[in-house]
Design a protein around this ligand. Structure first.
Ligand SMILES: *Cc1c(COP(=O)(O)O)cnc(C)c1O
Length: 345
């Protein structure tokens, strides 16, 4: 049985026998072959991080961050969040039996993520600000009120998140040519590079992949090379103008010989639809990695082998689909009435 990322990768993580392991058995997520890739010409795998306990990759980091917070005797945890960090922090804090506070941009968090925080009884504090200001506030509040800050500026978060890179190599038996990752606060791409670099140093893989960091056009500070004041995109999980892990992300791209690129909201939604048509429902931010690869394909320079990281589940942001969904009027419950709808034309 899969034992969660701390037990599976203990030797690579900042834990000791004295660390109380707070886990919901995260990690071990599926690596699925994409059907949309041109057969025989291109291999695309999808790393489905929706398979984590709260439906996003944040759980990989949170198991380590909350375990270390409990070890250090923290009286509670706090984070700023566009939603998934809040969902994950509240679940792992609940598991540990300690309180959790989340500071969110008012109106900036998708419904599914908000209700997760409520289900786990987190103290939810909406503020009249975007994510970047919310994170500044969370840092100060953590210090003032003696709480453990569990945003990705916490190094234990990145340590846990690098396990996704290990899993990809363990499943493939090597590193892929390229990995495409949606980038918001830039912690995850930094963590992936750490993971591949560690496996390379330990001679578990012969070469490291090229990293492709994908941002939404309206929230693309790393593509533009400067902070974005009022970031805008339908992909709320990556609606961030001042990434906290800026340097780590730039280093990952430079050292791997990769690149940052941006995709429009239309391209993100088209990629989300494409994945839905092959049985995989992701939230808009997650679809950015696929949108990025499709953009490279149109430009004739897509890698022949790439893993797209699908960061979170589509159910987290139902409104994106609901807004475009049209249910027909109800009909009589008879075969005659439903028959015309079953010709699939
Ligand atoms: C957090 C998150 C991201 C962005 O990850 P960063 O580490 O902030 O770059 C992307 N997609 C989803 C679904 C997320 O929850």
């Amino acid at each position: 049985m899969w034992r969660g990322v701390i037990e599976e990768y203990r030797a690579h993580l900042p834990v000791t026998v004295r660390t109380p392991v707070v886990t919901l058995l995260e990690g071990g997520t599926p690596l699925i072959t994409a059907r949309f890739a041109a057969p025989g010409r291109r291999q695309v795998w999808l790393k489905c991080e929706a398979g984590n306990p709260t439906g996003s990759f944040k759980d990989r980091g949170m198991t380590v961050a909350v375990s270390k917070a409990v070890e250090a005797g923290a009286r509670g945890v706090i984070c700023a969040s566009t939603g998934n960090t809040a969902a994950s922090a509240s679940a792992y804090a609940a598991r540990a039996g300690i309180p959790c506070a989340v500071i969110i941009p008012a109106g900036g968090v998708a419904l599914g993520k908000l209700v997760q925080g409520a289900a786990h009884a987190a103290v939810i504090i909406p503020v009249e600000a975007g994510f970047d200001a919310a994170l500044d506030l969370a840092r100060k509040a953590a210090e003032r009120f003696k709480l453990a800050l569990v945003n990705s500026v916490n190094p234990h978060r990145l340590a846990g998140q690098k396990t996704a890179a290990f899993e990809i190599c363990d499943v493939l038996g090597r590193a892929p040519e390229a990995v495409a990752i949606p980038v918001g606060n830039a912690g995850n791409i930094t963590a992936y590079w750490k993971g591949f670099t560690e496996y390379h140093a330990a001679r578990r893989i012969a070469a490291r992949p090229r990293l492709i960091g994908v941002q939404a056009e309206g929230a693309s500070p790393l593509v533009q090379g400067r902070p974005v004041e009022d970031p805008q995109t339908i992909a709320s999980a990556i609606r961030i103008g001042r990434p906290a892990s800026w340097e780590g992300a730039v280093r990952a791209i430079e050292e791997s010989g990769g690149e940052f690129l941006s995709v429009t909201d239309e391209e993100i939604l088209a990629a989300q639809t494409l994945l839905g048509r092959e049985g995989i429902f992701v939230e808009p931010a997650s679809a950015a990695s696929v949108a990025g690869v499709l953009k490279l394909e149109r430009e004739g320079r897509a890698p022949t082998e790439v893993v797209c990281i699908l960061t979170g589940h589509g159910l987290k942001d139902p409104a994106v689909i609901e807004n475009r969904m049209r249910l027909p009027a109800p009909v009589k419950p008879t075969l005659e009435a439903i028959g015309p709808r079953l010709t699939f034309q």
